[in-house]
Write a protein that binds this ligand. Structure first.
Ligand code: ADP
Length: 221
C-alpha cells in the first residue's frame, strides 16, 4: 500500500484520560498540518457557553459518563463534512466501537476513511500521578498539566475540571478500558494502528519524537 505522507489525511489519536493526549494532539496537528477536533474540548466550550448542547452534555460530563453516541456522532459528522479537503486529527473520538463504526460509515460515504490511529499507551501508574495536576481553560479548551493559573493560549483563568476528582477519574479510566480500548482493536484489525508505549515520566517532546518516528515507519511499511 502506498502510504506517503500525502495520503495520511485523517488521523485518530487514542489515549487514556491524562495520558498526555492533548499535548500530543497539538504536536501532531502542527507537524502534519492537521486541523484538530477534540470532542472533549468542544463539549467543554459548549458547557461554558451554556448552549442547549452544552446543557445536555454537562449532565453526562459532571457524572463522568460518556455523552450519548448520537450526540457526539452528530457533532463530528457535521465537522467532518465541513473539513473534507483538509488533513484532520480526531482527538477523543471515536470513544466507543459504535462511534468508530459510525465514523467509518460516514467517511466512506464521502469516499474517505481513517488513515492512521495513533495509540498512546501510557501505564496506569504514570497516569494516576499526573491526574490531579491537570487544569482546563473554560474558554478555548486548552489543558495544562502543571497547575497553571492562567491559560497559556488566551489568558483566561484555568479551572480544575469537575470530572477530575479521584472517583470520577477511576470511572473514566474503567470506561476507557472497557469501551475505548476495543476501538484500538477495531482499527488494529484494519492494520491502521501505530502504538506508542510510555512507562516512564519524561518530557512530552520525547514522546512526540517517538510518535513522529512511528508515523514515518508506518508510511514506509
Ligand atoms: P478525557 O480524555 O480526560 O476523558 P476529554 O476532554 O477527551 O477528557 O473528554 C471529557 C468528557 O467529554 C468525557 O469524560 C465525556 O463525558 C465527554 N466526551 C468527550 N468525547 C466524547 C466522545 N467521543 N463520546 C462521548 N463522550 C465524550
Amino acid at each position: 500500500m502506498d502510504r506517503t505522507m500525502k495520503t495520511l489525511k485523517r488521523f485518530v489519536l487514542v489515549g487514556a484520560p491524562a495520558s498526555g493526549k492533548g499535548t500530543q494532539s497539538s504536536f501532531l496537528s502542527e507537524k502534519y498540518d492537521l486541523k484538530p477536533l477534540s470532542t472533549g474540548a468542544l463539549l467543554r466550550a459548549e458547557v461554558a457557553a451554556q448552549s442547549p448542547l452544552g446543557l445536555e452534555a454537562k449532565k453526562y460530563m459532571d457524572a463522568a459518563q460518556f455523552v450519548p453516541d448520537e450526540v457526539v456522532n452528530g457533532i463530528v459528522a457535521q465537522w467532518l463534512g465541513n473539513n473534507k479537503d483538509c488533513g484532520c486529527l480526531l482527538d477523543g473520538y471515536p470513544r466507543t466501537v459504535a462511534q468508530a463504526k459510525t465514523l467509518d460509515a460516514n467517511l466512506e460515504k464521502m469516499g474517505l476513511g481513517v488513515d492512521i490511529v495513533v495509540y498512546l499507551n501510557v501505564s496506569p501508574e504514570l497516569i494516576e500521578a499526573r491526574m490531579l495536576k491537570r487544569k482546563a481553560c473554560p474558554k478555548c479548551g486548552e489543558t495544562t498539566r502543571n497547575g497553571e493559573e492562567l491559560c497559556p493560549k488566551c489568558g483566561t483563568p484555568m479551572i480544575v475540571r469537575t470530572d477530575d476528582n479521584p472517583e470520577a477519574f477511576a470511572k473514566r479510566r474503567k470506561d476507557y478500558e472497557t469501551l475505548t480500548l476495543p476501538v484500538v482493536e477495531h482499527y488494529r484489525a484494519q492494520g491502521k494502528v501505530v502504538q506508542i508505549d510510555v512507562t516512564e515520566e519524561g518530557e512530552p517532546e520525547v514522546v512526540s519524537a517517538r510518535i513522529a518516528s512511528a508515523v514515518a515507519a508506518y508510511c514506509q511499511a
